[in-house]
Design a protein around this ligand. Structure first.
Ligand code: ATP
Length: 356
């Protein structure tokens, strides 16, 4: 086990003479035994960060330590990490037993009996004992993924690094494997960094979530922290499905005036003091349809079973509200919505920083 520390880690690539900053002076601590999910849009630098921790990328600047050991200049094979990728890269000509034991056979002087015993243990942990004699091509995607995990676990690493390991699986299996993977990680208690672009997966799995954009770390926190107290508009917008509603409002005294007829009087205007304009966010589940509120025109109502998604237009802004399944306004109908002031998110219009 190990605590991983990244101190101003920077990784630049040269793209035909143009410098690409894939990771921009990243400071991040992954606690001992923690399941940390690194999430962000495509190209934000997640994979490069993970590969730098693995030792597969040489960083341009900064240091990486595992506990007190500086591993920045260590080769991948000299860091005690195990990686699991989205393409499992199992050896097609070897059966599952040999695939799982292969790393140990190569890197240790363990006897075959001892390796077999360890493979049996790991197979039992993953519930794949009956697959040990099979070749990878005879396995389903989920089974192959378990074998790939087995190969990582058997090496008893200090750190697990996983890059979108579930993205080749169908939705149902992915959901099931998420839970299994979490349970397994808690059982093994091995520090884990897990990369995904899927915020739902990040929220479901991470002890904490680190959100990146453009090579820069935006926020690290629990699912609840990043959802309810985003440090900036990017995080607020990236986390949550359906996404948060966002609009620009002018500040007129204690009142926010926005597109269409948006007008909202703040009982506490102190966060917007000194601003002419602010960005306003309201989560879809924080909106309710009321008799006397802010008007918006319904475009589509999508029934979800337990609730309805109500899509609306207010001036030039599209809004989404999650409403009770018994409410079914018709398209083109004008409805009124309301929300609690505590549910409002306010951001600086230039920097995007949260004003609360
Ligand atoms: P994705 O989810 O699409 O995999 P990511 O967040 O993992 O994206 P990275 O793969 O880390 O992002 O890439 C970050 C940036 O660095 C991108 O702009 C990418 O094009 C660039 N990059 C990554 N690897 C290289 C490389 N070997 N040479 C040049 N540029 C690279």
């Amino acid at each position: 086990m190990a605590q991983i520390n990244l101190d101003t880690v920077r990784k630049e690539f040269d793209d035909d003479g143009r410098t690409i900053v894939a990771v921009n002076d990243l400071d991040l601590t992954i606690r001992d035994g923690e399941f940390l999910v690194l999430v962000g849009p495509s190209g934000c630098g997640k994979t490069t960060t993970l590969r730098s921790v693995a030792g597969l990328e040489e960083v341009t600047a900064g240091t990486i330590t595992f506990d007190d050991e500086d591993v920045t200049d260590l080769r991948a094979r000299d860091r005690n990490v195990a990686m699991v990728f989205q393409n499992y890269a199992l050896y097609p000509h070897m059966n599952v037993r040999r695939n799982i034991g292969f790393g140990l056979r190569l890197s240790t002087d363990m006897s075959s009996q001892e390796i077999d015993r360890r493979v049996d243990e790991v197979a039992e942990m993953l519930g794949i004992q009956e697959l040990l004699g099979k070749k990878p091509k005879a396995l389903s995607g989920g089974q192959q993924q378990r074998v790939a995990l087995g190969r990582a676990i058997i090496r008893d690493p200090e750190v697990f690094l996983m890059d979108e390991p579930l993205s080749n699986l169908d939705a149902k299996l992915r959901a099931q494997m998420r839970t299994e993977l979490q349970e397994l990680q808690h059982e093994l208690d091995v520090t884990t960094v897990y990369v995904t672009h899927d915020q739902t997966e990040a929220m479901a799995m991470g002890d904490r979530i680190a959100i990146m954009n453009d090579g820069e770390l935006q926020q690290v926190g629990t699912a609840e922290e990043v959802y309810r107290s985003p440090t900036n508009e990017f995080v607020a917008n990236f986390i949550g499905s359906p996404s948060i509603n966002l609009l620009t409002a002018t500040v007129e005294g204690d009142t926010l005036k926005g597109p269409g007829g948006f007008s909202y009087r703040l009982s506490d205007p102190s966060p917007v003091e000194g601003y002419d304009r602010v960005r306003v966010g309201i989560r879809p589940e924080d909106m309710t349809l009321v008799e006397d509120g802010i008007a918006a025109a319904v475009t589509v109502v999508e029934p979800m079973g337990n609730e309805n998604f109500c899509y609306m237009e207010m001036g030039d802004v599209d809004l989404t509200a999650r409403i009770d399944s018994s409410l079914r306004p018709s398209p083109d109908e004008t409805v009124q919505f309301g929300f609690e002031e505590t549910a409002l998110y306010l951001f600086d219009p230039e920097t995007g920083q949260s004003l609360k």
